[in-house]
Design a protein around this ligand. Structure first.
Ligand code: C2E
Ligand code: CA
Ligand code: CA
Length: 511
């Protein structure tokens, strides 16, 4: 059977013709068989009467067979069509169908000369949302999102669901819809309004990527990849952003791929190092601890900053190996640092949620021989929010072991602060974005004071990161912040063991 015979829209005439043809065919065959096989009379009936009866029966059964065959084909064709072309959850085009629609739109733009835009809309961290609210409510969220999207655009707009929380829309460059940037900004504003689910009001953040046809290409697969590249770019720029594709984005993607393929070799080759940045008590000025920060020294490309590889390592799972190595190295290095100082190690959400995480920490402490009090773990809100029950358990276990935890990048998440009450941790680490704006933006000052107040109410300490100026340090002291870290006090650098000193010293080095 070729592809066209299963098309559901095949005409009735065609079907009747086929049925009739199979009937006539059987009749001829019956007659031919009778003439040659049985000769004159059979069972007292003349051969032509019997032939006619048999032929009619043959024709009937053939027609029935043909009909049931076509009914079956219809059913499976509809089934295949629905499975592959329509997204069951939303009724929008499924990815394959959307690829077809993009191809059609691409040829239309060449014929008419009128440009079209392909818009990629993605819900941030949809997988995590789905895991935390449950699949059933996750489905409801997707349905509500799709419904809103449909209502925001003209009825005939082609749109599809092309990933779990990813949607694709084709819009013409017409005066009716207005300039694409205004259209997209309107979409973002509306789509980011909270969604009422059975158990709660769900907020979502989205990122949007745009490609123009025919300018940015005509191949639907390439266009989809490019709209997604633009989307990644928008996401990197922050919440609720949009970007239009440009050629350099392709280079960024290539670089990403290179990092991904190089990480494993780099680890085996021993490219990674740990640098330390001091953390000082704001009142006494004493160094109380050092944050361990991973460094990748590539033999040809030189230093590659963590922002360029940590996220990729998280996505590929390599962060497990690298993070564990950093933990071991930092605990071993702690034996070279002054005994009253701790080391603070960054723990990625992927590591934190790993089922072996607590065992790894226990083993590392034991092997290094340091007191557990000398280890601090910096964990982000995101890591804790993925599974609050499990996170609370891990934090309790760590506290029982005597290991302290600092909530890293505090203030940048958009979670409900009530979680703080359930969790045992020792410090809130005020994100450097607030510190940076302290001198210029009164709101940042208010945020810092509020965080200090909150931490006091919770009975925990505060540390501010990214302190670069005396002014910032003064403002932080006035706000009541306990500990500070930043270029003003020392940049991250390697531990230097000097032969002439019994006590190894920490030497600040340029990053
Ligand atoms: P983070 O945990 O927020 O670390 C603080 C970052 O701020 C570090 O960047 C540090 O070098 C930088 N910094 C410190 N003081 C100043 C300052 O005064 N001004 C400015 N502008 N920056 C300052 P770095 O080392 O590039 O690390 C970036 C991020 O990479 C870290 O952010 C952390 O999220 C991640 N990271 C670094 N090492 C590790 C690691 O071992 N494991 C994991 N999972 N993540 C790591
Ligand atoms: Ca940190
Ligand atoms: Ca930070």
């Amino acid at each position: 059977m070729n592809g066209t015979t299963i098309h559901p829209a095949r005409s009735t005439t065609f079907r009747l013709l086929t049925i009739a043809a199979s009937g006539i065919g059987s009749f001829m065959l019956g007659l031919w068989g009778l003439k040659f096989g049985f000769g004159g009379h059979i069972a007292g009936l003349p051969a032509d009467v019997l032939g006619a009866v048999l032929a009619a029966l043959c024709a009937l059964s053939a027609a029935l067979a043909a009909m049931s065959f076509f009914a079956g084909v219809d059913e499976s064709a509809t089934y295949v069509y629905q499975e592959t072309q329509i997204d069951k959850l939303t009724g929008l085009h499924a990815r394959t169908a959307m690829v077809g629609k993009i191809a059609e739109a691409a040829s239309a733009t060449i014929r008419s000369g009128e440009p079209m835009f392909l818009i990629d809309i993605d819900i941030d961290r949809f997988k995590q949302i789905n895991d935390s609210i449950g699949y059933s409510q996750g489905d409801q969220l997707i349905r509500a999102f799709a419904k809103r999207l449909r209502e925001l655009l003209p009825e005939q707009t082609e749109m599809g669901r092309i990933g779990a929380g990813e949607f694709s829309v084709l819009v013409p460059d017409t005066a009716e819809l207005g300039p694409v940037d205004r259209l997209v900004e309107g979409l973002i504003e509306e789509l980011m309004k909270p969604y009422q689910l059975p158990s709660h009001l769900q907020s979502v953040n989205i990122a949007v990527g745009i490609v123009a046809m025919p300018k940015d290409g005509l191949d639907p697969v390439i266009l989809l990849r490019r709209s997604n590249l633009a989307l990644q770019h928008a996401r990197a720029a922050g919440i609720g952003n949009w970007s239009v594709f440009h050629q350099e984005m392709g280079l960024v993607a290539e670089y990403r791929q290179w990092i991904e393929s190089e990480l494993h070799t780099a680890f085996l080759r021993g490219d990674f190092e740990v640098h330390y940045q001091p953390q000082l008590d704001l009142v006494s000025g004493r160094t109380v601890g050092y944050e361990a920060l991973v460094r990748w020294r590539h033999p040809e490309r030189g230093m590659i900053p963590p922002q360029e590889f940590v996220q990729i390592a998280e996505e590929t799972g390599m962060i497990g190996v690298i993070g564990n190595w950093v933990l071991q190295k930092a605990c071993k290095d702690a034996t070279l640092l002054p005994p009253d100082c701790f080391v603070a190690v960054n723990i990625s959400p992927v590591q934190f949620m790993n089922k072996d995480f607590l065992d790894r920490v226990r083993e590392t402490i034991r092997d290094s021989g340091i007191k557990p009090e000398r280890l601090e773990l910096e964990v982000t809100e995101t890591a804790m929010m993925q599974d609050r029950g499990r996170a609370a358990h891990i934090l309790n276990e760590l506290a029982a072991m005597g290991i302290s935890v600092a909530v890293d990048d505090f203030g940048t998440g958009y979670s409900n602060l009530s979680y703080l009450i359930d969790f045992s941790f020792k410090k809130l680490k005020i994100d450097q974005s607030f510190v940076r704006r302290l001198e210029t933006d009164a709101n940042s000052g208010a945020v810092v004071s509020t965080i200090v107040g909150l931490s006091r109410a919770l009975g925990v300490h505060t540390i501010a990161e990214g302190v670069e100026t005396e002014n910032q340090a003064t403002l932080l002291r006035a706000a009541g912040c306990d500990v500070v870290q930043g270029y003003l006090f020392g940049k991250p650098g390697p531990i230097v063991v000097r032969a002439d000193q019994v006590q190894p010293v920490y030497k600040a080095a340029v990053n």
